[in-house]
Every structure is written in C-alpha cells, then in structure tokens.
Design a protein around this ligand. Structure first.
Ligand code: MN
Length: 738
C-alpha cells in the first residue's frame, strides 16, 4: 500500500511536469496568454481519464498532454486548439458529452472536439471501406474548421511516436494508413517537419532492416560529410558576414525515408545519392519588402563562388507553392565535384515551411494570398466529395493524386492564373474551368499553337480550350488526365453514358452462365477477367454490352482447363492433401503472426501477382474472399491501399525457414565485349550453383541489358548474386527488380 502511494505520487509529478512544459512553451509563444482556460481543460481531462492507462502502461492523460504540446510547439496553434487537444479523447473514451464540453469551455472548443470525435470513430472498424469513409469525414470536417485536422495530425504523430507498444498487425495497419493518408495530407497542409517524421516512422515499422542500414550509413559517412560541408560553406559564410547579414546556416539532411525512396526509384546504392544534404540559409529580415531582394543577393554571392547548375534554380518566392512554401533554391558544384543544393529563406519563410500555414497567423500581412490558395484547395476537395467515386479505393486514389502532386501554373487567355498538378494537359484545364468545357473539348491552343487534348503543359503556358458540341467524352481520356477533379468529372459522365451498355452486358453474362451451367463465383469471374485482360466486372459487362468481346465455347474451354498461369502461380498452386481438406476453413487469427509455409503439398499462402515477393522480403498478408492468405511486399502500392482500407484483414507474416525456392528477377546492364555473356552465365550457374529459369538478353551497339530469372532460397542470395555479377569486368549495373 505504501509502495503504491509513492508510485502514484511520482506519476502525478510526472504528469504535472509534462503539463507545465506545455504551458511554458505556450507562454513563450506570440499568442495571447490565456492560461486559465488551458489549465481548466487540463484538470478536466485529467479527471475524465483518471485511472485509465495506455497499452504501454503509462497514464492515459499523458497522451492528450503530448498532443497539446505538438499542437502548440510544432504546429504553432493557440489556446483554443491547445484546449481542444487536451480534451480530444474525452467524449470518445469517457462518459462526458459534447454538451458538457460546451458548458465548460464554450461553443468553439466543443465544436472542434466534436469534429475530432466524429473522425475517430471506426478507424479500426470491421467495415471494409471504414477508413475511406473516415477520411471523407475528416476532409468534410476540415473544410469547416481546419484546426480539427491539424489536431488530428498531432494525435496521429504522437500515436506514431509511441507505436512500438502496439501489436505488430496493428503497427502495419497504422503505419500504412499514415503513409497513405496522413503524410500526404501533412504535406499538402505545409506541415513539412511533421510529414517527414510521419514518413520516417512509418518506414521504420514497415522496413526495420532497411531503416537501420540507412541510418547506420548516414552515421558512418557523417565525418566525411561534415568536412565537405565546412570547405563548401566557409567562403559563403565569410561573404554573408561582409554583407552584414544576420543569418543561420546549416546542413539539412535528407530523411531516411526519402533516401530510401530515391535508392528504390533510381536503383542506386546509398553511396550514389549525392543530394543527401542541402545547405540551408535562414536570414533575419525585419522588413518583409526586402526579403526577395535579400534572397537574390545571397544567390548572387553563391553563384560568384561556385558553378551554377543551369536547370535547378527554383524561385518559390515569386510564385509560392500552393501549400504556402516560399524559398529560393539553387544547385551548385561542390568542392568534391558533386552537386549541392542551397536553400535560401527568411525567418518568416522558414517558419511557414516548417509549421505550415498555421504560421501565417503569426505574420498577418493583410489578407494573405496563401490563405486563399488553401481555400481553393479545400473547395476542390469539397467538389470531389460532392461527386464521390463508387469505390472507396478509387476515391482515395483520386484524392491522393491531389495531395501528392507538385504544381505548375498556367494562364487562361484572359490572364487568369490556374494552379495544376504536374503533367496536367489541355483537357485538365478544360475540366478545371467547367465540366461542360471538358466533356466537349476537341483541342487546345498553347501559346497560340494548336495542340491535341493530351498535350502536357508547362509552367507559364497560356492555354485556350477549343470545344465542339458534337464532341462526346471518351474512356481513353482518363489515361492522360492529371487532376482529380477532371478524372472524377469524366468518370461521372462516362458512367451515365455507359449504364445502358453495362445493363445489356450483365444480361449477356447471365445468359452465358446459364447456358453453360457454370457457377458465377468470384473465382470464375476473376479467371475470365484475367483471360480477357480486363480490370473489373464493370469493364467486362461494358465490353460485352458494346459487343467488343464475346463469350464463346473457347472461353469455356480455357476456363475449365485452368488456362494460362504464370510460373509463379504454378509453383504455388494450392494442392490440398486429403488430410488438409477437412479443416480448410480454418480460422486465421489476425492477432498472431502468420507463418508462411511451403512444402511438397503446397503452400498455406498465395504470392500476389502485383509485386511477387520472395522469402526474406518485407511482406504482409491479406486475407482474401476465399480465406486465402495473399502475400504482398510491404512497399507494393496495392498493399498500401489494402492496408489503408481493409485494416481487419491484414496479417503480420513471417517466412518459415523451410520455405522452398522462389523466383527472383535481376536486371543487369553493361558494356558489351567479346565473351562477357558467357562469363556471366558461367559465373551464375556453375560458380554459385543457381538454377536459371529465364534469360533475356538485348544488345544494342556497345551496350547490353539482360533480365535474368533465377530460383533462389531467400533475398540475401539475390543480393549476393547481384554483388558477384557487378564484379564482372564491363558490368555497370546489377539489381533485383520487382
Ligand atoms: Mn488520441
């Protein structure tokens, strides 16, 4: 009893200190000092969560306090948001209602807490599209009060920081969701620091080994990097001093996640990533009208000292990004012959870059343009919400398009300015202006020259849209549209037009099934879709209705004969033994790690066709409609979507040590010389005793490229093989591809 009391006292002190920390941070900020209401919110929340603990064992109240701290310190919000953060789980987890909150803290705080409660429900629900539905609610609430989403962001960040204490399958789910939805959203809101941390944390849970490896390499190379940075920055610093500027200069590291992303995208090792850090110069500037000219003065100092890369200057000052980001970027040749990026910003621009548009409130300059940019974006979101896609995943993808893309700016003939995602076309502009313009668009004029609908635009283009009343929307258009708005408007129009054909097709399909006495199971439909290369049922019905395809006896033959299959699916075809059949409908426990087994009798899993992982890869399982575990690589885009939408069907998996050989494909490139291929093949097959399944070689002039499929035990063998192949004289690249 005595012991318990002491513990309680120590815990109380800990809680008190954590809250004091939030308060001190708030008092040091530029906000009005409304300490009384914050303290009241804290006392209220503490009482409400009394006796409750988080999974990690710590008192629950520490979570809302931590969220309040992020809201105040990292996002820069004021007392209303701090109170709402402290109270954010009260309505959800205790007996108090929104009315109680309103009575004690007023309407505004109650509204925000209500918004947060609305979007927290069902996050781990059992409904397949719960997450998408939830996200839709989040965005709707957001357009009412942006603070709701900012606090939600802080909540998610703290949950990610403490993710280690959750069960592994929940970790994947939350990490996947974070990467898929919250990180892009943070980016779009301009919360750059939070976005980076969310990505890094998700990455750490999804690919623990890769994360560790890259972190180690960053540490190892630190000394060398510091030295180069010193040599590079000291002449710049000397000149800045001469200029009499008050400034701060630092080397900004790329995040672990973005390094990995680049390695994967460009197929290069860590050592070949040259822009691993950038020099950032942040200068103090009392007079906002002098910011721009100061940036360009610094630019001129640097380009006097170092050679400028001609295509990599980015002026985000004259035209800020839609999320409010402003800075001047340039790339110059460093002392070791590698390019180095330099980012120049004023203190104000830096705060906006780190804390997002919330920082604008701190620097109120008239009716900020940036705020109206954000409003434009919120309107777009509302637009999509008004016309949602029938499928939840499509909906998420459409939205993500808008969250991720970087932007270009084009002009209408009247001089109106449009901000569009990269790769936007003339048709995107047409839809952006009006859906009727989009649906009847026949061509465009870019800088007064006639161009097709699919013409990709560049920043600064002047675009005129040409229409004709006889024009009708085409399905193929979807392939070159870049904006979410245009895609969703086109899809809606097509659906309307296609509906009668789809109905006809459905009827034909029914007749076909009846005629051949088939069972219209999911499996059968999937087989037919695969055979005809169609993505979904709807497309099948449409093609049938339009008489573009027909279902004849040949189709029946090939579906009953078990048609075409990849080598992989043949290897892993489920061959249930007699013993296995009785418990085929065995319940899979999603709370436990599922062991992936494979032996003579078959496997207890299926390899996903989209990413084809092999043992040793970071993977996860997804329970499909037939209760079969399908294994996806963790970084597979399809897996990302599944994680965000079908939480309860996600499994954490582990490869069984006994698992047999798998097929891996390796891409090799090099300079052709006499005998090199023979050397290559000999090395692989005899020296390493590896089983070659397929070899595809193409030679053009002095260069050859080769795709090699081999059967191996695990991914380490593939890595070793790549390294061995690289040692052959003339080979320039050797990597495993997915
Ligand atoms: Mn929470």
């Amino acid at each position: 009893m005595e012991q318990l009391k002491i513990n309680n006292n120590a815990e109380d002190e800990l809680i008190e200190a954590a809250f004091q920390d939030v308060l001190n941070g708030y008092l040091a900020s530029n906000h009005r000092k409304k300490v009384e209401i914050i303290t009241r919110a804290y006392t209220f929340a503490k009482k409400a969560h009394k006796g409750i603990r988080r999974r990690s064992g710590e008192p629950y109240i520490l979570h809302p306090i931590a969220v309040a701290k992020i809201v105040s310190k990292e996002i820069g919000l004021g007392s209303t948001s701090i109170c709402a953060a402290l109270l954010h789980d009260v309505v959800e987890d205790t007996d108090y209602t929104v009315e109680d909150i309103e009575q004690h803290f007023g309407k505004k705080i109650a509204q925000i807490v209500a918004g947060l409660t609305k979007i927290s429900g069902g996050i781990f629900g059992d409904k397949a599209s719960a997450q998408a539905e939830n996200f839709r609610k989040l965005l709707l609430t957001m357009s009412e009060d942006i603070r709701v989403v900012l606090i939600k962001m802080a909540d998610r960040l703290h949950n990610m920081r403490t993710l280690g204490s959750l069960a592994p399958n929940k970790q994947y789910k939350i990490a996947g969701e974070t990467l898929y939805i919250y990180a892009p959203l943070a980016h779009r809101l301009g919360l750059f620091a939070i976005k980076t941390e969310l990505e890094d944390l998700s990455f750490k849970y999804e690919h623990p080994e890769a994360y560790q490896q890259i972190s180690d390499k960053i540490k190892e190379s630190e000394l060398h990097r510091t030295e180069i940075y010193k040599t590079f920055s000291s002449p710049i610093k000397a000149k800045l001093k001469e200029m009499g500027l008050k400034y701060e200069a630092k080397a900004r590291m790329k995040s672990v996640y973005s390094i990995w992303n680049k390695m994967e995208k460009k197929h290069v090792p860590f050592e070949e990533i040259y822009d691993i850090y950038a020099m950032r110069i942040i200068f103090e500037c009392e007079d906002p009208t002098l910011e721009k000219v100061t940036c360009w003065n610094i630019y001129s100092i640097i380009t006097d000292l170092y050679k400028l890369h001609p295509d990599r200057t980015r002026d985000w000052i004259s035209v800020p990004k839609a999320n409010g980001y402003q800075a001047l970027h340039l790339t110059v040749m460093g002392p070791d012959g590698n390019w180095i990026e330099v980012q120049i910003r004023s203190r104000r621009m830096d705060e906006i870059a780190e804390k997002g548009f919330a920082a604008h409130w701190k620097y109120k300059i008239g009716e900020g343009d940036e705020e109206s940019e954000l409003n434009v974006w919120l309107r777009t979101i509302k637009d999509i919400l008004d016309n949602p896609e029938p499928s939840a995943i499509d909906f998420l993808d459409t939205l993500k398009l808008n969250l991720f893309s970087s932007e270009i700016i084009v002009f209408t003939p009247k001089g109106e300015l449009l901000t569009l995602p990269n790769n936007s076309t003339v048709l995107d502009v047409a839809f952006e202006l009006h859906s009727q313009l989009g649906l009847h668009c026949i061509a465009g004029k870019v800088n007064h020259k006639l161009v097709p609908l699919s013409h990709k635009l560049k920043s600064g283009d002047q675009v005129e849209v040409l229409t004709s009343q006889t024009q009708t929307p085409h399905r193929e258009w979807i392939n070159f549209l870049a904006t979410a708005k245009a895609k969703s408007r086109l899809r809606a129009a097509l659906r309307k037009e296609q509906q009668p054909f789809i109905e006809q097709g459905k009827e034909k399909f029914r007749a076909f099934i009846a005629k051949h006495k088939l069972n219209a199971s999911n499996e059968l439909v999937t087989k037919i879709l695969g055979m005809l290369h169609l993505p979904n049922r709807e497309e099948l019905y449409l093609a049938l209705g339009r008489n573009e395809i027909s279902l004849d006896d040949n189709v029946v033959k090939s579906i009953t004969r078990n048609g075409s299959q990849s080598i992989l699916s043949k290897l892993f075809r489920r061959k249930p033994t007699e013993k296995e059949i009785p418990d085929k409908k065995e319940e899979i426990d999603t709370k436990k790690t599922y062991i992936l087994k494979h032996n003579e009798n078959g496997s207890n899993f299926k390899i996903a066709d989209c990413c084809c992982p092999i043992p040793g890869d970071d993977v996860m399982g997804f329970i499909d409609d037939d209760n079969t575990v399908v294994v996806h690589a963790l970084n597979c885009p399809r897996a990302l979507a599944l994680k965000a939408s079908y939480g309860p069907r996600i499994l954490s998996t582990e490869w069984d040590v006994e698992t047999r050989k798998f097929l891996a494909t390796i891409h090799i490139e090099g300079l052709d010389r006499f005998g090199i291929l023979q050397e290559l093949i000999q090395m692989i097959s005899s020296h390493l005793s590896i089983d070659i399944r397929r070899l595809n070689i193409e030679a053009q002039n002095e260069v050859f490229s080769c795709e090699l499929s081999v059967l191996i035990e695990d991914s380490q063998v593939a890595t070793d093989l790549c390294n061995k192949v690289k040692q052959i004289n003339g080979v320039k690249q050797s990597i495993r591809i997915h």
